[in-house]
Design a protein around this ligand. Structure first.
Ligand SMILES: *Cc1c(COP(=O)(O)O)cnc(C)c1O
Length: 430
């Protein structure tokens, strides 16, 4: 019996990633994962952005082990713990204060979608309005409120009920590089005949990750901040996937110099793959009643411990600089790859979230499969899975990064080589 049979027999059909990477993983370190047969894979998926510091990073692991060995408390609901106290103190000292940011911290249930639900609820409560504006190809999670602001039609249909009180507007670049889509938003806000209610909030990812690596420009983000401020609309930046350093700064919106009203974080926040989520709230918006957005796992102390240890990467700007340097390397290689004769593709991204969009959507999946055969794990993104999405750990060594890029290029050449051969064959046959 194959080691994957038990999953295929007993685990729900809902399972996803395992279908593209059908092996049983057993251990992992840094940028590498190892399966039961001892095969090693270079990880360019990083748990969809959970493992920014790589697998089982030593300095975080030591903090966790020490905490467990001394019987540090694991669960407190949301009662005070020393682990939470230290995290809050360090997060303010290392992240918020140096960036001139002042937020209250809410720890919702430990998933990203829970943080999004909390953000949406709070924005609606504070403004007394119901409507929320989101953007084409945005992704915010699978619970009903988060789904209602998610673009993907397949995922939305899974709700089974109408998803209401939201309007999807064109994201930056959606109508081509020459159109500023905020002209449309602004005109609609100004016109009582537009059919758009004044929204409670606007929610967005500055770089749409699941949606296909769509990067909003700094100018567009600044204009959105200005419009939302002027109309007293709560600006929610969902930094769940592209925060925690992915774009080359701790928050993805730092480059634009904006201050959102609410920020959601999760995925890499714990630094170790432990579940944890955080909602950052502009202090005057913190109008929750005690226990109004509850949850059992809002005080997972081991996650606070690892999250605190992860902040050590942010004590100096060396880490950020290394992410930006590696991002430049990736960009250079991808720019070369899309120049392969006969290939219709574009590359884009920032920091260590980058992608190649193929005119022939099927190419992305085929390149991903060819990479897996060659020992590199890399996913596709976008509504037609037309984008090959590179998401290596931020701590990956440069030689490992180069190896992964070499494998991608080799796989790409293999896949389009094979394709052009079959095309020639059909031509000959015709
Ligand atoms: C992953 C993700 C979510 C949802 O997080 P879950 O932990 O899967 O609920 C929300 N927003 C963005 C931008 C994400 O990438």
């Amino acid at each position: 019996m194959s080691p994957t049979t038990i999953f295929e027999t007993h685990e729900s059909e809902v399972r996803g990633y395992c279908r593209n990477f059908p092996t049983v993983f057993n251990s992992a370190k840094g940028a590498w994962m190892t399966d039961l047969d001892g095969n090693r894979y270079l990880d360019f998926l990083s748990g969809a952005g959970v493992l920014n510091y790589g697998h089982n990073p030593d300095r975080i692991k030591q903090a966790l082990l020490g905490y467990l060995m001394r019987d540090g408390i694991t669960h407190t609901l949301d009662m005070y713990s020393e682990a939470k106290r230290r995290f809050i103190e360090q997060f303010i000292e290392v992240i918020l204060a140096p960036r001139g940011l002042d937020y209250k911290l809410q720890f919702p249930g430990p998933t990203g979608t829970n943080a999004v639900e909390a953000a949406l609820k709070l924005a609606r409560k504070v403004t007394g309005r119901q409507h929320v504006v989101s953007f084409t190809n945005g992704f915010h999670g699978m619970t009903l409120g988060a789904l209602a602001v998610t673009g993907n039609g397949f995922k939305r249909a899974g709700a089974g009920v109408p998803l209401t009180h939201t309007t999807s507007l064109p994201f930056d670049g959606y109508l081509g590089q020459d159109v500023d889509t905020l002209d449309y938003f602004e005109a609609m806000l100004a016109d009582g005949g537009s059919g758009l209610e004044l929204p409670a909030a606007v929610i967005l990812e500055t770089v749409q990750a699941e949606g296909g690596v769509n990067v909003a420009s700094s100018a567009w983000l600044r204009r959105l901040r200005e419009i939302t401020q002027r109309h007293d609309i709560v600006l929610i930046v969902d930094d769940i996937q592209v925060g925690c350093g992915r774009t080359g700064s701790f928050f993805s919106f730092e480059q634009a110099g904006i201050k959102p009203d609410i920020v959601t974080l999760s995925k890499s926040l714990s630094g170790y793959g432990l579940p944890m989520a955080l909602v950052l709230i502009r202090p005057d918006l913190d109008q929750w009643a005690p226990g109004e957005h509850n949850g059992t796992f809002r005080g997972h102390c081991p996650a606070f411990v690892t999250a605190t240890a992860a902040l050590s990467f942010w004590q100096t700007d060396q880490f950020e600089q290394s992410v930006r340097a590696k991002g430049k390397l990736v960009e250079k290689r991808l720019t070369q790859m899309i120049d392969i004769p006969g290939l219709a593709a574009k590359n884009r991204g920032i920091g260590l979230i980058q992608g190649i969009e193929f005119a022939d959507a099927s190419l992305a999946g085929r390149v991903s499969a060819a990479c897996f055969e060659r020992g590199v794990i890399i996913e596709t993104a976008g509504i037609d899975d037309q984008v090959l999405k590179l998401l290596p750990s931020l701590t990956i060594r440069e030689d490992e990064l180069t190896h992964g890029l070499d494998v991608i290029e080799e796989s790409l050449r293999h896949v389009i080589g094979a394709q052009s051969k079959t095309k020639q064959k059909t031509q000959v046959a015709a």
